[in-house]
Every structure is written in structure tokens, then in C-alpha cells.
Design a protein around this ligand. Sequence first.
Ligand SMILES: Cc1ncc(COP(=O)(O)O)c(C=O)c1O
Length: 466
Amino acid sequence: MTTQQAAPIRLPGPRTEAPVNLPDIIAQQEEIFVQRQPESRRMASRAGHALAGGVTSSWQSTRPQPVWLSHGRGSKIYDVDGNEYVDLAGGYGAAMAGHGHPAIVEAVRGQVGLGTHFAQPTRNAIIVAEELSVRFGLPQWRFGNSGTEVTMDAVHLMRAITGRDAIIKVEGCYHGHHDSVQVSVCPDADEVGPPGQPRSVPSSTGIPKAITDLTLVVGFNDLPAVARLLEGNPGKIAGMIVEPIMMNSGIILPQPGYLAGLQELLHAHGALLTFDEVKTGLTAGPGGVTGLSGVTPDIICLAKAIGGGVAVAAIGGSAQVMSHVTDGGYEMVGTFNGNPLAMAACRAMLCEVATPAAYQRVEALRLRAVEGLQREIARTGLSAHVVSVGAKGCVVFSAGPVSDFRDFLEIDDSCSHAHWLFQHNGGVFLPPWGKTEQWLISVQHDEADIDRFVDNFGTFATAMRG
Ligand SMILES: Cc1ncc(COP(=O)(O)O)c(C=O)c1O
């Protein structure tokens, strides 16, 4: 692959104004956190014997200790110590239906009695595919069980169709844990390479360098970088995968014309465009960012919220793309793909939960949250701003805007951690790893939930400025 001219490395600068006593604030909040959860501590210690690392996924190893949950109901979740939380984490953005939503419960309960697995298609799969076509504008769909599976299929498809091996991905985007996309997900400042010419940095161990080298990296919102790669590697690039709104670096919005520009550039070079809408899918709006932007890519990947809390994923393609599946050019397979349980939950989510009325309600709550947080930021003079879209939003601890991963790298994550602790101790469960993640408002949240969130933020902001 060709390289571009090296420019000087920009070292991370202090975008975040953190108070000098922040370590003390964090220590105090972590102490409260641990004291509220003795049973979680006992569970974590027992789990350490039979569960590797004491958790079921490495991202559950949160500081100061993992939180063990007992159940969820409506907009709330409960830990094993009996503490109640307003759930604004939504299980990393999947629980947009909230917990125990009657439509999901009925659909799942009904299907369990009728059989949960046949490895043969059932009627609901057609209804779900038709509904996704209407919302996302792509004519044909298949299913998987996780975001990782469908982004892997998307990369395979782009390669199979074009006969090319290289792909482009954006620095700071996460697309799951398969080899081709575990590249430059959250590299350190001393690894990233010069601006305009990011290095392909492996984001996990166990990935052959030969595969990492096939993933070329660009900054978000940088169309010229994509053009340079396409021109410098004629006939070699199969396509590009991108989160059309970045949601693994806080929330970073595309600049006007960016998404349409990507499509134009890629198509001009015989390459394909995949939108990874695993996070944004139903949460940014009824038809995701595809619906909001009016740019319909060649391939769309969905997961998380579409299953109403049940594991399911979907991949949609243009007629041209999916003809390669139809004619056997690419075998898209999986024992549990489109299983009846997932399809029943997905149908209920799309047809009964994520309705126009639900989106109106979520929008009203979004506005209430944003206004409340901005009021507290103005009152305390905290160096922060709020970014939100649809059901998702986050507080960015930087006074200035963030337009790519390099800006994001300059933000201190201790403020987000302190915020997470204050919310947690105040009965609101935000996603851990607060700098990278967002809140999710479900269809079951209400005004009181949002007010508790804003009140906790006010307490936190006062402590930070005190
Ligand atoms: C944008 C994006 N794509 C893909 C994935 C992978 O999804 P899963 O964890 O279901 O494999 C994630 C997970 O967080 C994601 O945020």
C-alpha cells in the first residue's frame, strides 16, 4: 500500500479542564460505590474462580468493581444489593425497549412455547426484513446474532464482490471483534501516526499483521484522505466501513456532505460503502443515520436495539450486493441466523415498540435532558458540552467541538469516570467507560428519570467546580 508524506505527530493536549483535587473526588466516590455494593463484591470474588476475569465479557470489569445485577423492570435495573438505578446504559445501547416491555415479553413467551430453534425460516423473518427495507431503504436482508457477525459479513461481501483485499476504516470506530476491523479502534497517542496519515494499529492481540495491513485507516470527516488512499491504491480497495455517526468516541457527527462524499468517491473507484449502524440503527431515528442523512449505502449492519434486548443482528444490501448472496457468490451462513426467538422479538420491537409515538416521547425526553445538562454546565462554568441525537447523547468534557478521534484523544477520561461514579451513587446507571459511551433513553423512561439524571449531574458539576 502507498504511504503519504509524513507530517509531525500532534501530541495530546489538555482539552479538559480537570480540578486539581479530581483524584480525591474520584477516591471518595469509589469508596461510596464499594460500600453500597457488598454483595457485588462477594459475587465478583466467587466469580473469579469459574469465570475468566470474573466477568462474562472483558468490558464488564469496571472500576472500582463490576456491578452484578439481579433484574430490570421498565426504565430501572436493580443490583444484587437491592440498589435501584435509572438505566441509561441500556446494556451498551441495546435496551431501547427498556426492561420487560409487555410487547417483547408476549412475543418471546409466545415463541418459546412454539419452539426457539429450527434452522429453517419462519414467517416473522419476512415481516422483519420488509420492515427494515421500509425504514432503511435497502431491499434485501439477512440476519446474524451479533454486531460482530454482520460487520464481518459486510467486509467479506465487499471483498467477494470486488475481488479486492484492502478495506478502509475510520480511526476510533469500533465494528466488533473480528480481525479485519480490530484496527485503530482506540490507539494511544504515541501510536496513531501523523495527522492525515493514521497508522493501522492492531487493537487486539492474536491478529496476524498480514490482516491488519489490509485495513487502511483514515480520520473521520476527512474526505481528502479517502481520496488519497483510493487514488494511491488503484484496484486494491474493496470498500469502506464506517459508523455514520461515530459512537465509540463519545458522539462525533459527520460534517455536511461527508457521507454523500464518501459514497461518491468510493463508487468512482469501483469500491463499496458500508454503514455500521449497530449502535445508531433504531436509536438515532426510526431509519438510523441512513434515514436522517438521506445517504443510502451499499450495505447496512444492524444489531443491539433491533432485538428489543434479545441477541439479533441484521445486514441489508442493495440489489446488486445481495445478488452475490442469492447466486451463491458469497455464502452467508449461521446455525442461529434468523432463529424464531430472535425474529419474534425483532418483529415486536419494530412493529409495536419503536413506533412514531415512542420516537416523539423519546425526543421530548432528549430535549429535557439536554436543556437540563446545559443549564448545569452554564450554572457551574464546567468546561463541557452536550452532543445528542435521537435516543443517544453524551457529555463531552471539552469546551470546543470534537470532529475526529485525534480531538477525542485530547480529552481527559478521569472527568467521565467521576461523572459515572456520581451518577451511579445517585441511582443512575450510565455506561461505564464514560468517555467513549453514550446514554440511551428507552421508550419506558419518564420525566422523573431524566430529572434524577440532571440532578446528579448538577451535584457532580458543583463538586468539580468547588
Ligand atoms: C458500532 C458497533 N459495531 C459493531 C459492534 C459489535 O457488536 P457486538 O458487540 O454485538 O458484536 C459494536 C459493539 O459495541 C458497535 O458499537
